[in-house]
Design a protein around this ligand. Sequence first.
Ligand code: PRP
Length: 212
Amino acid sequence: MINIALPKGRLGEVVYLLLEKAGYGCGEYPADGRKLIINCGENGVNYFWVKPSDSAVYVELGAADAGIAGKDVLGETQPDVYEIMDLNVGKCKLCVAAKNGFKDDLSRPLRVATKYVNSAENYFASIGREIEIIKLNGSIELAPVLGLSDVIFDVVETGATLKENDLCVLEEVTDVSARFIVNKSAYKFKSKEINLLAQSLKGILKNGNIKI
Ligand code: PRP
């Protein structure tokens, strides 16, 4: 059996669809109920529904053999796992954004609201801009609107949240997508099963026969 940590929410739905097409489904979509562990014994997998930001933790610590995590989370937490494949779904960009018309005042540190503290610190250090981090866990776009921060460092997918809140992108920092990750010991002990699953996923992605 391979134990797989799947991110709850829209990304998980899309990834589950991929896995189902790859031959690792378990009948109907398994995240409709409140059950967090779904056993698909006949296909040799167990699915764990986890918070998207936690899936790499389950995999790194071996509670799951494999999982799906966004590159944003992997970049932020740098877990000690193998990153096997880019699934090319859950695509978005990590961006710096601010209120329309924002002008940076270089005489003081830039106040940056984000949940990606390490990634933001690395990025601003790379461009030599001194910052002050305001760590938030969600609704990041509210911070500049309320004057809590000057800018945000956050993922932008459709851009709708920025637009609705009169914000705009100042800088696109990096591309993000979902990655298939594997625990390092599991990759040794279950290499046959994991490689088979990875190959099946690759086949699905290559055929492009999935509508996201
Ligand atoms: C993410 C992100 C933005 C939004 C971007 O939030 O933090 O707020 O999605 O998407 P868009 O460009 O398509 O509008 P999420 O939905 O994860 O909720 P959160 O505010 O709790 O982080």
